[in-house]
Write a protein that binds this ligand. Structure first.
Ligand SMILES: [Zn+2]
Length: 445
């Protein structure tokens, strides 16, 4: 075994083979070995004993809107990565839109990387964007290290990031499939959205009716058809409509290269509990009924849904007006995803090992992050230390998000993240955050 500097010990370490008492030997920021609990600590190594607190692999959040530069008043790499670290996340991938510029050319990617470099408290990677007019930029972006490409099929909410129609989707998808890339898709069909009743105001039911399940179901079916035809690899972002689950399950069964994510808000919040005017609950697609949520959990349990990621998409508080039609759509949850999901998962009889699979292993696999997502020899020594039976009540003032508007305010959640570790260094300890030490990751790093 290489020179070991650090040993982390707990009665509950979540490994790919299950949860067990273990000692994790760390050398040069990498997990050197997962040893028996009472293994002798090598001479010169420091021991950190967490008792019965759970050590899990640092979470990987592949869906975060950092908005930096350009809309840094909405969030930013400094605040986003601090919030992530406080929430047990050690790697995030930034979405290509809502920053200015959007990540749609190599030049724009460089601008974003330059901004992120000195602010990243955790490891950060980037998705590229697929627009109607940037097909020629996709291959250079891929070669420059983006993890894949995001597109919209309906208006994105910002003018500089237009959606693709079905022909444009086919063109971009064929290009991306040609070099073995991944297309990640905001799947709502614009025709179904246009046909739905559009009523402004404070009533959540009106907003929900404006973003019907059919819009998602149709967009997912079209995407499946295109992926099959082009033998392309696609990923459905933020699935809300459970009606699309049978379509996805059937596509997977026939070998279509499709994966799916859902988000803490769809899995822990329901339409019936959204107060009038509470646009901190607004996102697209929307939070739906309790019965829909039950079906999404079944989709997680049977593997139709691969992963859970935040879709953290904040704005300044003034854009969260009381009108659901015009308020900014996006929910802030970066720091709260783990306890929110764990609280609901345990209620439904799932274990922390399931949560780790959905929030660390599967997103790491989606992005091809071979050094992330598991506690085993050869991976980065990235960990979250969690007290799973401790509760806390969400106080927005205690969040590291730049804007502390959140749909989770006042909720009592299980799971306190005691500390977070990045490549063997403690980056968060009981709410205290270390100086930035995150790296900018590229595909295949
Ligand atoms: Zn998003």
């Amino acid at each position: 075994m290489p020179d070991v500097q650090l040993v982390l010990r707990s009665t509950r370490v979540i490994t790919p083979e299950g949860t067990r008492a273990a000692s994790i030997a760390v050398s040069g920021g990498t997990i050197a070995a997962v040893l028996p609990y009472d293994a002798e600590v090598p001479a010169g190594a420091r021991l950190e004993d967490f008792g019965d607190d759970v050590v899990l692999p640092g979470l990987v959040d592949t869906h975060v809107h950092v908005n930096d530069p350009g809309r840094t008043e909405w969030e930013g790499f400094w605040t986003a990565t601090r919030a992530a670290a406080a929430g047990g996340i050690t790697t995030l991938l930034d979405m290509p839109l809502n920053s200015l510029p959007p990540t749609t050319t190599v030049e724009h990617l460089r601008v974003k990387q330059d901004v992120a470099r000195t602010k990243a408290h955790i490891d950060v990677g980037f998705w590229g964007g697929a627009l109607p007019d940037n097909v020629k930029d996709l291959r250079p972006l891929f070669d420059a290290g983006v993890f894949g490409f995001k597109c919209f099929l309906s208006p994105s909410g910002v003018d500089e990031f237009p959606e693709l129609n079905q022909d444009q989707l086919a063109t971009s998808l064929a290009e991306i499939a040609g070099f073995g890339g991944l297309m990640i898709v905001h799947a709502e069909d614009p025709h179904h959205l246009a046909a739905a009743p559009q009523k402004s105001g404070a009533k959540y039911a009106d907003f929900l009716a404006s973003r019907p399940r059919d819009a998602e179901n149709t967009a997912v079916q079209n995407l499946i058809d295109q992926a099959r035809r082009l033998n392309a690899r696609v990923h459905v972002l933020h699935l809300s409509s459970s009606d699309a689950l049978p379509l996805i399950a059937a596509a997977k069964a026939e070998g279509v290269k499709i994966t799916v994510e859902s988000c803490p808000h769809f899995l822990t919040l329901t339409a019936g509990e959204v107060p009038d005017g509470a646009t901190e609950f607004k996102c697209c697609p929307p939070i739906r009924e309790a019965s829909n949520q039950d079906a999404l959990w079944e989709g997680l349990a049977d593997g139709t849904i691969d992963c859970i990621v935040s879709d953290h998409s904040p704005s300044t508080a003034d854009l969260k007006t009381g009108d659901f039609a015009s308020a900014w759509g996006g929910i802030s949850s970066l720091q709260l995803g783990l306890p929110a999901i764990w609280t609901e998962a345990r209620r439904r009889g799932h274990g922390l090992d399931d949560v780790v699979r959905w929030m660390s292993a599967a997103p790491a696999r989606l992005a091809g992050l071979a050094r992330k997502g598991a506690i085993e020899a050869g991976r980065d020594a990235d960990f979250a230390v969690l007290a799973p039976d401790e509760t806390f009540t969400v106080d927005p003032a205690g969040l590291q998000h730049r804007n502390r508007v959140t749909a989770y305010a006042g909720r009592t959640l299980y799971g306190v993240v005691k500390s977070t570790w990045l490549r063997g260094e403690r980056i968060h300890d009981g709410g205290e955050l270390a100086e930035p030490s995150g790296l900018l990751l590229g595909r295949n790093d």
